[in-house]
Design a protein around this ligand. Structure first.
Ligand code: GLN
Length: 496
């Protein structure tokens, strides 16, 4: 029999319903694996006791015929989601002891659907980063290593790096992530799992620690497209508490998955080619993806998204600008850390608290954002960036208006890299998101699906981008890729 920690959500649901095992057994198996693989540092705060209590409730609900869509499924929750009574750090020292008295809408929906909380997943500080190395709690580790090089530890990607490492390392059946510029899709690609950034507004942001409010979006990370669709259904929906959450119906994502891609038009944007630094190897994997979709009955068409090259610089004005405003609330008065010494003025307290509480990357973003929003530079940087953002969104709209149903690109310009390799070079680190950021600026859904192993033996994902609120087509196309790719490789850590 497949180990309990190797099951997909769909398989686990069937096994639970058939009485092959209990939710408690499923949770216990994951808790044991979490201990065995604690070296992945995927969790900032494991919640074993709560997990067992939740599993017990799930067993009772299953017994009573009241199982929800995620009943008894053990998951990791990115530490950006506020969880009532469970420490929520956002990967930062400044929130290192913060225990929220409320629950985020998305996590509350998952508990209502029956999911079990294994723990709070590691992440880059305030979701700023692409390697999980900016976490104040040490970096999470990618369970994958290069073929023949088991000693070089690789990053899991970021910012949802703990979530991705946990799902790939079989110490969570699925996980939540958040994606502002790529933080679900890039770590999914680096760890060989599936990750979906939904349309902006599809999931409530209420109770999620804010990074850049016009970009942040919660989404599921799992090992199959079907599992991703199942979890998406439990997370999505309008929330009156978030004025940017969209009052649109939640479709049956899981039902859409098997509809195939016959007759779909798949756009291939020419701007995602080598001048962006794409290696010939990843270009070849992209071409394989195109062929897989064609073989499944889709048509590929060349398209142009002419403003793509401005996306990264635009993002690095808008996201830090919003972050500098959002992070002003960490002032030592209301949340978390306070550094106050005898004789200090209020201003001294602000400065000392923020100096001690924030890491280097967060400080860099606050400085850039404050600069871009300052009176003398607002028009030159922030306003200009907003205009370019509109042009980027119009590029996508023109492609979809032109008849394209979905767009296929690589998720990342490279596979996972060694810990320490990029952390001292912010611009190189920022380039990780060159293919994911345009989608975020346009607010569109983006899915990363693992398609192949590189010559180094590392997973590489391809990204599918859809129309606003058309996650269904994205998931359908993702399932077609998944079927054709037959990506069954497991991290070497789990071999033998
Ligand atoms: N890596 C990007 C950044 O550092 C995106 C992060 C995210 O999506 N949260 O801003």
């Amino acid at each position: 029999m497949t180990a309990l920690t190797d099951l997909t959500i769909a398989e686990a649901r069937a096994g639970l319903a058939a009485g092959d095992f209990t939710a408690t057994e499923l949770t216990e198996a994951h808790l044991a694996a979490m201990e065995a693989r604690a070296g992945l540092n995927a969790y900032i705060t494991p919640t074993a006791e709560r997990a067992l209590a939740m599993a017990k409730t799930s067993d009772a609900r299953i017994h009573a015929g009241q199982a929800g869509t995620m009943e008894g499924i053990p998951i990791a929750m990115k530490d950006l989601f506020c969880t009532n009574g469970v420490r929520t750090t956002a990967g930062s020292t400044i929130l290192g002891t913060f225990v929220p008295p409320y629950e985020s809408t998305v996590s509350a929906k998952l508990w209502d659907a029956g999911a079990v909380l294994l723990g709070k997943a590691n992440q880059d500080e305030f979701a700023m980063g692409s390697s999980n190395e900016t976490s104040a709690f040490g970096n999470a580790v990618n369970p994958w290593t290069r073929a023949g090089d088991p000693d070089t530890t690789l990053v899991p990607g970021g910012s949802s790096g703990g979530s991705a490492a946990a799902v790939a390392g079989r110490i969570a059946m699925a996980a939540t992530g958040t994606d502002t510029g790529g933080s679900i899709r890039q770590p999914a690609s680096f760890c060989g799992i599936v990750g979906l950034k939904p349309t902006y507004g599809r999931c409530s942001r209420w109770g999620i620690v804010a990074f850049a409010s016009s970009l942040d979006q919660a989404g599921p990370m799992a090992r199959t497209v079907t599992d991703t669709a199942i979890m998406m259904g439990a997370m999505a929906g309008h929330d009156p508490q978030d004025s940017t959450s969209a009052p649109v119906a939640v479709p049956d994502f899981a039902a859409a998955v098997e509809q195939g891609v016959k007759g779909l038009k798949v756009g291939i944007p020419k701007e995602y080619r080598p001048e962006q630094g794409l290696s010939p190897e990843i270009d070849a994997i992209w071409a394989q993806g195109m062929a897989m979709l064609r073989d499944a009955g889709a048509e590929t068409v060349d398209i142009s998204l002419p403003h793509t090259k401005y996306a990264l610089p635009t993002y690095y004005i808008i996201a830090p600008a919003e972050a500098s405003s959002n992070l002003a609330r960490y002032d030592g008065v209301r949340y978390g850390l306070r550094v106050l010494e005898e004789g200090d003025s209020l201003n001294d307290m602000y400065c000392k608290t923020r100096a001690a509480g924030f890491g280097a990357e967060v400080k860099r973003r606050i400085l850039i954002g404050t600069y871009a929003l300052s009176a003398g530079y607002y028009d030159a940087y922030y306003l200009k960036a907003q205009k370019v953002r509109t042009l980027i969104a119009q590029d996508f709209k023109a492609a979809f208006d032109g008849g394209v149903d979905v767009i296929l690109t690589p998720t990342t310009p490279s596979a996972a890299f060694p810990i320490g390799a990029e952390i001292d070079d912010p611009v190189t680190m920022y380039l990780n998101d060159v293919f994911t950021v345009p989608t975020s600026l346009a607010g569109l859904p983006g899915l990363s699906v693992p398609v192949a192993l590189t010559s180094e033996g590392l997973p590489q994902g391809l990204q599918l981008i859809g129309r606003p609120f058309d996650e269904e087509t994205v998931l359908r196309a993702g399932r077609a890729l998944e079927k054709a790719a037959g990506f069954t490789a497991k991290p070497r850590l789990l071999e033998g």
